[in-house]
Design a protein around this ligand. Sequence first.
Ligand code: SF4
Length: 71
Amino acid sequence: MEKRYNEEGFLIVRENHCCEHYEPDARALVPMRECWCCKWSRFSNENNEFTKESIGVCSYSGNSVETTTVS
Ligand code: SF4
């Protein structure tokens, strides 16, 4: 799957995606090995361009790209 990044440089992920940097979220009752249950994921429709519930971003720095800020 082609990797996509948001404007902040964070990797865009689906809830059932997973990678080698997975770490279980302490809030998950039965953590599955997928982004939805990973402590690095952010799934929220608040204040971003994503409208589908199953699309989120990965905040793990090793999965992000540097973005250039134009001033
Ligand atoms: S949220 Fe990021 S670190 Fe966690 S499994 Fe998904 S891609 Fe990997």
